[in-house]
Design a protein around this ligand. Structure first.
Ligand SMILES: *Cc1c(COP(=O)(O)O)cnc(C)c1O
Length: 610
């Protein structure tokens, strides 16, 4: 797994004359976006979580890009006009912490090249292609063991031609340090040193191998002629090759599992690994920290995770955190609140149920009075009731509990990562969620984000469940960086990718996208003449329960099948006292897709009305 990337983007690009006089070469547009931005998206899609760009000429372009993609850092080579690419790499040498991809900024390429490099066990590996006839080739000569021994723009300098340098390499930080040491020794006489010559120099002692893909689709764009060939020929070929690997799109409008990106699906395709290996432990450790960071400070909160669905997270919370002399109140304002009460019953806790409307806010005064009168120590509440789309007033409830010193247990399974939250400000002590809803990963990982001090207090509560005990799982993970029992390995790789994509989008950005989809839906429902179960002001904007039309010809299964044939999956309602169907707008979906669904719904309703 390659987690970091470095892009060399300082160059003047003087051979493109007017085009790049006031703009870096990477900002040439092909396929509707700057080529360096397309490259960044490809890097993110293969799991790169941090990108460092060495800048120089028109650095402000890259700084603007870093504002758009929060995982980008820029470093200026102050003498870019009087130095070569090795100097730019030298300037950022201390930023790199793990194995990384090194790329030139003026490339278009098939993303399969990144997969091929990452998938190869050799740690230092340079991508090469067969002949491009571009007129600007860097030829490579390899030794008997396949290592790079020499490179040159002049074919006659080499005794063999083993391929052309693409400008995409996988390196270890130690190899970069070796290149920098070499560069220091020659900068005085060769200020214009290019990074590839430093690679050739260090490869003598510490091999940088060549991975040659004969028909690799790529082009470096250095002059008008390259640009023309790239536009007319290479870019369309790359787009076609990448389109062949796209997974058929199914838009899930059911309330989770949610639609995932192709990059999340493909992230599961990794070499087999025993999850007890240290490197897998590090992936889980990174995952738990990043899950925490979306909603809290990791020094104050910690995520406990294991293989299971969201209900196992609810069950772990309820069974692990209420002491024997504790009293639990469970707010039941829908199916999921009722489920938490049922779990409390199964574990024979000392608990009561606070019944509340499934369509209107909780009566806060009555809640406070009940909490006081009943001497409750814990409150369990669902933040977003997925069956109705009702959003509970968690900020107010959190404040009441804070005043009364009550520990809060929150099922935020369908709110987490879709609605911006600050657990500390909300006074949430334990919060449950899962990998397959708004975080947009695969099903299979349940997690509870716990206030560290509250979690520690649960250590002395006798275990009621063997598998689902929060403290035991946490203590074991802290000690070993392993889950107690087999984790869903591939789901973890997918979740890691989903986290990277959520960081790029930001939770605020995600909420804005979800809201835009919801607005499209709500306007459509109104136009069609249907009604929502819950008033819009009480809704989450993530899931909408729509009252079924009072028309004898309406048939949910028929609507479901029509939608399914058009690539949309919808879900029936779940409440016993109202006939609804539900439309969720969580997951990797766009307003334009929701618009298409609304049109389809309109057509169906029009037909049954005539
Ligand atoms: C999805 C969901 C759950 C968990 O359901 P599973 O089927 O166990 O994944 C729990 N609570 C809420 C509010 C949910 O939306």
């Amino acid at each position: 797994m390659v987690r970091e990337a470095v892009i060399l983007g300082a160059g003047l690009g003087s051979r493109l004359k007017e085009r790049t006089k006031a703009m870096p070469k990477g900002f040439l547009e092909l396929g509707g976006m700057p080529i360096v931005e397309a490259s960044i998206r490809k890097l993110i899609a293969v799991g790169v979580e941090r990108i460092i760009i060495g800048t120089g000429h028109c650095a402000e372009y890259y700084e603007a890009l870093a504002k758009k993609y929060h995982i980008i850092e820029t470093i200026l080579n102050p003498i870019y006009a009087q130095s070569g690419s090795m100097r730019t790499l030298y300037e950022l040498r201390d930023r790199v912490t793990t194995d990384f991809f090194l790329l030139e900024s003026d490339l278009i390429y098939d993303s399969a090249g990144l997969f091929a490099l990452a998938n190869d066990l050799r740690p230092d590996l340079l991508l090469a292609s067969g002949p491009t006839l571009s007129g600007d080739e860097v030829y490579l000569e390899s030794g008997p063991d396949g290592r790079l021994v020499k490179l040159s723009k002049r074919r006659e300098d080499l005794s063999r031609n083993d391929g052309e340098l693409v400008g995409i390499t996988k390196l270890r930080p130690s190899t970069l340090q070796g290149m920098c040491a070499y560069a220091e020794s020659v900068f005085a006489e060769k200020p214009m040193l290019e990074y590839e010559h430093a690679m050739a120099a260090v490869s003598k002692d510490d091999p940088i191998h060549i991975l040659r893909i004969d028909n690799f689709l790529w082009r470096e764009i250095d002059d008008e002629h390259h640009l023309e060939i790239a536009q007319k020929k290479i870019q369309p070929q790359i787009e076609q090759a990448e389109a062949l690997r796209r997974v058929r799109r199914e838009v899930l409008l059911n309330p989770g599992p949610a639609t995932t990106t192709d990059s999340v699906k493909y992230a599961q395709v990794q070499a087999d690994i025993c999850p007890r290996e240290k490197e897998f432990g590090q992936i889980m450790d990174w995952t738990r920290t990043e899950l925490t960071k979306f909603v809290a400070d990791p020094s104050e909160y910690v995520t406990v995770l294991w293989g299971g669905s969201g209900t196992s997270a609810d069950e772990a919370m309820i069974s692990s955190v209420v002491p024997e002399n504790g009293r639990l109140l469970v707010i039941d304002n829908g199916v999921y609140g009722a489920r938490m009460a049922k779990i409390a019953g199964v574990y024979k806790l000392n608990y009561e149920v606070f019944k509340s409307s499934t369509t209107a806010p909780v009566d806060l005064n009555a809640l406070e009075a009940t909490l006081k009168a009943g001497k409750f120590t814990h409150l369990a509440v669902v933040y977003h009731e997925t069956t109705t789309g009702l959003l509970t007033d968690l900020p107010s409830i959190g404040q009441i509990c804070k005043r009364l010193g009550i520990i809060t247990i929150v099922d935020a399974v369908s709110a987490y990562a879709g609605i911006p939250m600050d657990l500390s400000a909300l006074n949430v002590d334990f919060m449950a969620s899962t990998s397959n809803k708004n975080i947009q990963g695969m099903a299979g990982i349940a997690f509870v984000i716990c206030r560290r001090d509250r979690l520690a207090e649960t250590a002395k509560i006798p275990m009621r469940s063997f598998y689902l005990n929060l403290w035991d799982q946490h203590a074991y993970f802290e000690k070993t960086l392993q889950t107690r029992f087999t984790p869903p390995v591939q789901a973890f790789y997918a979740l890691r990718q989903a986290i990277i994509e959520a960081k790029v989008e930001t939770i605020e950005g995600r909420y804005a996208r979800y809201s835009a989809c919801w607005n499209t839906l709500i306007k459509g429902i109104d136009r069609i003449g249907l009604r929502c179960l819950v008033k819009p002001e009480y809704q989450s904007k993530l899931i909408t329960a729509i009252l079924e039309p009072e028309n004898t010809r309406y048939n949910f299964n028929e609507l479901h099948d029509i939608a399914r044939r058009a690539g949309f999956t919808i879900y029936p309602g779940k409440l016993s006292d109202a006939n609804t169907f539900r439309i969720a707008n969580i997951g990797d979906i766009q307003p334009a897709e929701m618009d298409r669904f609304v049109q389809l719904l309109q057509k169906y309703i029009d037909e049954i009305r005539t």
